[in-house]
Design a protein around this ligand. Structure first.
Ligand SMILES: [Zn+2]
Length: 321
């Protein structure tokens, strides 16, 4: 029997900047904090990427890995992230290319994952990219996505698709999809793209689908089917084994009989696991990454004959073939 694809979506990843710090409203004068009152880290050290790669490689994981091109609007990944030695941005990109490119697709998550960039002036609109996007059409979205892709290309990154920060473009989705196709064609001369927008966590039977075939281009929508169960680690000081195992149970119990991955497989869907750089980083405790590692072990042991790790592009190719 053919194996079912399983995939890992990593959102909000970028060199150095803890992008989540920009999304969480500040409750103290020192800045935004976790629910239990610890200050959110301003930066994510490069060696966290090394440890993520260790876990992904150990289990042969595949999926997609966002690279926010201009995280928080602070410099960009081609020139260097503002406030840090440019060599650190280059080192992060080198590691991502060397260790992830074989099994993960890279993509922008629009430009800043924060305020929308005014392409005409280089300044910022007073609203985030999500709010801005919902009133746009292909005439404005195409140059916006082209700019995002071009920064990654200038940084030596091949981006095969696009991730939507928040639910970017959901109100104007046909225009958004047309803009993705046009921008990918303009920057990479490629007629085949995927995008991540839909979180179908109450639709365990969901699989990717072809969103558009227009003018010789095809765009495939890759939905996530599993919630980000790593998320509560941002707000918890716990790092003990029992905590890690109970969170891993939400994905798959050690015997492989229960958990959301099992539910999705039983419903005939493809398990596409949503995660975020900040929920794996867990404000420096890296508890989310430990849960991912434990879930990876369980998938290896209990589901080896049933699932196969696939990148987003690989899943997209399966859908059109
Ligand atoms: Zn995001």
């Amino acid at each position: 029997m053919p194996k079912t694809p399983i995939s890992l979506i990593v959102d909000d990843s970028c060199p150095l900047i803890h992008v989540y710090q920009y999304h969480r409203a500040a409750r103290t004068l020192e800045g935004p904090t976790t629910e239990d009152g610890r200050l959110l880290a301003a930066a994510v050290p490069n060696d966290f990427l090394d440890r993520f790669c260790d876990v992904a490689e150990a289990h042969g994981m595949a999926g997609k890995f966002s690279i926010v091109p201009s995280p928080g609007g602070r410099g960009d990944v081609a020139r260097g992230v503002e406030g840090f030695d440019a060599a650190l941005t280059r080192q992060w990109l080198d590691t991502a290319r060397k260790r992830l490119s074989a099994r993960f697709d890279f993509c922008p998550e629009m430009i800043t994952h924060h305020l929308a960039l005014d392409l005409a002036t280089g300044g910022y609109f007073p609203e985030n990219e999500n709010d801005w996007s919902q009133r746009q059409d292909r005439a404005t979205l195409t140059p916006y996505i082209t700019h995002a892709l071009q920064i990654l290309k200038d940084a030596g990154v091949i981006a095969t698709g696009v991730t939507s920060p928040w639910v970017f473009g959901i109100e104007v989705e046909p225009e958004y999809v047309a803009a993705i196709a046009a921008a990918r064609k303009a920057v990479y001369e490629d007629n085949f793209s995927w995008y991540f927008l839909h979180m179908l966590h109450d639709r365990p039977d969901a699989r990717p689908w072809v969103a558009s075939r227009e003018g010789g281009s095809a765009v495939v929508s890759i939905p996530s089917t599993l919630n980000d169960f790593f998320w509560p680690t941002i707000d918890s000081p716990r790092t003990d084994r029992a905590y890690i195992e109970s969170a891993a149970d939400l994905y798959l119990t050690a015997d492989g009989r229960k958990g959301k991955i099992r539910e999705v497989l039983d419903a005939g869907g493809w398990p596409v696991i949503l995660s975020h750089w900040q929920s794996l980083f867990s404000n420096g405790l890296e508890t989310g990454l430990a849960i991912l590692d434990e879930a990876g072990h369980r998938i290896d042991r209990a589901l080896a004959g049933e699932v196969e790790w696939k990148s987003c592009l690989e899943m997209a190719c399966m859908v059109v073939s």
